[in-house]
Every structure is written in structure tokens, then in C-alpha cells.
Design a protein around this ligand. Structure first.
Ligand SMILES: N[C@@H](CCC(=O)N[C@@H](CS)C(=O)NCC(=O)O)C(=O)O
Length: 279
């Protein structure tokens, strides 16, 4: 397997690097970024936080805007940020920003034309960690986090694979996609009109029925323009109350949907993950 290094930047005591590789799962070339903290240079294996970004993003938004490297360097955590969809000229797309490229929704598409490439669920759960753990000085201790569409992806992936992740966190997640316009549009296209197949990708439905738990932290801005129509964190909280899920939901006054919000609380999320990754 050829993995091509695209960029290297020193950042705090560690290194930010971008790579391109051929993904067997997605059937196209994919890019990801990794931040390796200084502890990874000392022959020691460090744990990994996977970060899933939101609509319109690539591997770069989080790495350039969240300001996570200083704390990751201090705590000794690697961070891996994949792209948000398959890419390339022969990959199906849509004119809308909320479907197709940049909007993979972390599902395995079953419907044409999407099912040729759109398998972001399998990519994040299987192929990416296998590649990361074979290439870098990292342990198999993993946590997962994300924003908006990526918050949805992180919650769904952690709840469906509770043995694979130590903790999960999300900023402004699309918490009940089967009941919001973004989710309905994407799931209809990728999964088809039979809504029974959507349930395995809905964080609130999964949380309501959960019997195995991954410690979960969610921050949601109260001034987020998408909160009421698209994100619906209150539905996630109600689901957690039904199953007794260990969810901490922080409603943050005055914060919107942007990376200014993420940058304000990323330290809390990294400390939360570090505590669970150390177990
Ligand atoms: N109204 C936005 C919706 C997309 C959006 O808000 N994307 C969020 C994730 S859901 C984001 O992180 N954007 C990129 C950035 O802020 O760097 C647009 O049309 O681009």
C-alpha cells in the first residue's frame, strides 16, 4: 500500500502531517491529517483521538482552526482528522453543500449512485485505524469526537462499537438526523426511502436503547442557528435519561456553530478524553 506524505509542519513539540492513500473501502484516493505529540518521538506509543468534521470540511478545518495542538502536546495524545467524504472526479456529487462531497454523513450508502464510494462508516471504523496503527507510534487506545455532521458520526460510531473507544465527545452534533432536514435529505439519498434502515445511524435512537456505554461529552451553543431545526440536542438528552447513558450535555450561552465555539472548549474535550484514554 502506498501512502504519500503531503505536508509536514512542526507544531508545539510535535508534528502535524498530511497524507494521501488509496482507500479500498471508499474506492478512491483519500487524505487525512495526523498530529503527533512530542511523546510519540520518544519510542512510546500514544493514544489517538479521531476527529470527524462537519459539512463542507476537509481534514484541514479542525487542524487549522480548533487550536488543539497545544493541549494534545501537553497530554500526549495523537489526533487524526480524516476527510468528510470520498473525493475525486469519478465520485458522485450533488449541487447542495449538504449532500455528496464534503457531506458523507459517516454512513455506508446502499443506494446508487452513492454506493460506489460513500462508505465513510466502514472507513472510519475499520480501514483508517488499521492504517494509523500500522504506520505511526500509536497504541490501540482510541477515542472519537466531532462537530455537527461529525458529532453525529462520532456518537453513532462510538455507540455501535463500544469496545473500540474509551470515550466520545461532540460539539453541536446532528443528534437526531432521522428527524431533521439535513439528515432526512442525506439518509434518503444514501440509504433509501425505507426509514427503518436509518435507525442504526441516529445517535438519539441508539442512545435510548443502549446497554453498553462509552462516556460521552457534548457541548452545544445556545446561539447556534442550526440548534432548533437541525441539531436537537434535547432529544439526545431525553434518550440518555431513558437508558441511563453517561452523557454530559453542556448548553453554552451565547456560542454559535463555528470553530470559535470549538476553540473555546476543545481543551475541556481533550482533558476528558485524556482521562479515559489513560484507563
Ligand atoms: N451554512 C454553512 C453550513 C456549513 C457549516 O456550517 N459547516 C460547518 C460544519 S456543519 C463547518 O465547520 N464549516 C467549516 C468551517 O467553519 O471551517 C455553509 O453553507 O457552508
Amino acid at each position: 500500500m502506498t501512502v504519500e506524505n503531503i505536508s509536514v509542519n512542526k507544531s508545539f513539540g510535535g508534528w502535524h502531517k498530511q497524507y494521501s492513500h488509496h482507500s479500498k473501502t471508499l474506492n478512491c484516493a483519500m487524505r487525512f491529517a495526523i498530529y503527533l505529540p512530542p511523546q510519540a518521538s520518544n519510542g512510546k506509543k500514544v493514544p489517538v483521538l479521531y476527529w470527524l468534521s462537519g459539512l463542507t470540511c476537509t481534514d484541514e478545518n479542525f487542524m487549522q482552526k480548533a487550536g488543539a495542538q497545544r493541549m494534545a502536546a501537553e497530554l500526549g495524545i495523537a489526533i487524526v482528522a480524516p476527510d468528510t467524504s470520498p473525493r475525486g472526479d469519478d465520485v458522485a456529487d450533488d449541487d447542495g453543500y449538504d449532500l455528496g462531497k464534503g457531506a458523507g454523513f459517516y454512513v455506508n450508502a446502499t443506494q446508487a449512485p452513492w454506493n460506489r464510494h460513500y462508505r465513510m462508516y466502514d472507513y472510519v471504523v475499520n480501514e483508517l485505524p488499521q492504517l494509523i496503527e500500522s504506520m505511526f507510534p500509536v497504541s490501540d487506545k482510541r477515542s472519537i469526537a466531532g462537530h455537527s455532521m461529525g458529532g453525529h458520526g462520532a456518537l453513532v460510531i462510538a455507540m455501535r462499537n463500544p469496545q473500540a473507544y474509551q470515550s466520545v465527545s461532540a460539539f453541536s452534533p446532528i443528534a437526531n438526523p432521522v428527524n431533521c432536514p439535513w439528515g432526512k435529505k442525506a439518509f434518503t439519498a444514501y440509504l433509501g426511502r425505507d426509514t427503518t434502515t436509518w435507525a442504526e445511524y441516529d445517535a438519539s435512537l441508539l442512545m435510548r436503547q443502549a446497554t453498553e456505554f462509552v462516556p460521552a461529552l457534548v457541548d452545544q451553543g445556545e446561539a447556534d442557528d442550526f440548534l432548533i431545526e437541525q441539531l436537537k440536542s434535547e432529544v439526545l438528552e431525553a434518550a440518555a435519561n431513558v437508558s441511563g447513558y453517561p452523557l454530559t450535555l453542556n448548553m453554552q450561552e451565547g456560542f454559535d456553530h463555528s470553530y470559535y465555539f470549538i476553540a473555546s472548549f476543545i481543551e475541556n474535550h481533550l482533558r476528558f478524553h485524556a482521562e479515559h484514554l489513560a484507563k
